[in-house]
Design a protein around this ligand. Structure first.
Ligand code: GLV
Length: 351
């Protein structure tokens, strides 16, 4: 049910001040919703109805803030149609759904949810890596289909994970948490590629070595993608990159759809030019390239890398705290843009 909650007095606003109005575009954990409702007039969407853009824009009229997930595009057209909006709080660490430049020009604060999902997402990176290399879902399908007739020495053999070389592309917080697990938990040799090199102490702690992208692709037994999406990162892995990888290598994409050319990957998997891939994100998701659905050597999950119960609650709470902190105190906790003069001029224009 879509609800508009009635105002309750709080210590944050005087009776003379109107409570800020906030739209939550998708269902969120109840505890986080209750926290928001203690402070704001909240229009929520706990039935998780997918609103078309025109309906979303209608619901955003008169709203000071919105809690979004990473798939709702916030661009100049939407901002122009929603002149009351002052903050968009993503319940996601990635914010490629934001046109940050347009938001800054409109004096709209953007926020994301870093840190709270790092370890959970890194755990899932390993879940996908292990499932992909050790052919967990492929062999489970075989068993469920009643095809298992007995033990064979070469049944579902795949590459080892422990002791292998892991190539990580994107070495932010999540990349580093994966490197930590790889080096210290699985005795892997870690190489990474990132725009900037880590400081020597961090490299030493993670036992990780910076290499150029092509060296990484040639040397890695397993490649893990954890870089943020940007137009420059589009098809970081395409046909030309797949050719460089070992035929025994695996590829895991935890990052964003569009970082991998999914059609080129499906062809490489079908022709066994690489061994296998584990994908949690897809170009044009929730649609999945049909060829990926038919190759046996792909482990496919529906964008769930941060989906532990505790972490999803922590993400919703951080997004809620960003709305509270910005609308009540003028300062976001985890901002993704700096407003400075743009905010002042926008507010003046609205006054
Ligand atoms: C999920 O993909 C996120 O960006 O948090």
């Amino acid at each position: 049910m879509t609800t508009i909650t009635s105002p309750v007095p709080t210590t944050h606003t005087s009776n003379a001040q109107r409570r800020h109005r906030v739209l939550v575009t998708r269902a969120i954990p109840d505890a986080a919703l209750r926290e928001l409702e203690a402070t704001f007039d909240v229009e929520s969407n706990q039935d998780d109805v997918l609103w078309p853009v025109h309906e979303l824009i209608a619901r955003l009229q008169g709203k000071d803030g919105v809690m979004t997930n990473g798939s709702l595009r916030i661009d100049a057209a939407l901002l122009e149609a929603c002149p009351d909006l002052r903050i968009c709080a993503n319940m996601a660490v990635g914010y490629n759904n934001f046109d940050v430049e347009a938001m800054t020009a409109h004096g709209v604060q953007g926020t994301n949810t870093p840190d709270v999902l790092t370890e959970t997402t890194a755990d899932f990176g390993f879940a996908l890596l292990l499932a992909t290399a050790r052919r967990v879902t492929e062999s489970e399908r075989y068993l469920r289909e009643g095809r298992w007739k007995g033990w064979r020495h070469d049944m579902f053999c795949g590459p080892d994970v422990h002791g292998a070389t892991l190539g990580i592309i994107g070495m932010g917080r999540i990349g580093q948490a994966i490197a930590q697990r790889a080096a210290h938990g699985f005795g892997m040799r870690v190489i990474y590629h990132n725009r900037s090199q880590l400081d020597a102490a961090t490299e030493q702690r993670l036992k990780a070595r910076w290499v150029d992208k092509n060296t990484l692709l040639r040397e890695a037994d397993h490649v893990m993608l954890v870089l943020p999406y940007s137009p420059a990162a589009h098809h970081t892995i395409g046909a030309a990159e797949l050719v460089l990888m070992k035929s025994t290598a695996t590829l895991v994409n935890l990052a964003r759809g569009g970082i991998v050319d999914d059609a080129a990957l499906a062809a490489a998997l079908r022709e066994r030019r690489i061994a296998a891939a584990g994908l949690d994100v897809f170009e044009g998701e929730p649609s999945v390239h049909p060829d990926l659905l038919t190759v046996p050597n792909a482990v496919l999950t529906p964008h769930i890398a941060s989906a532990s119960t505790a972490t999803r609650l922590a993400m919703a709470r951080l997004a809620a705290r960003n709305l509270q902190s910005y609308l009540l105190e003028g300062k976001a906790i985890t901002p993704v843009n700096k407003l400075a003069n743009a905010l002042a001029s926008h507010r003046a224009a609205k006054a």
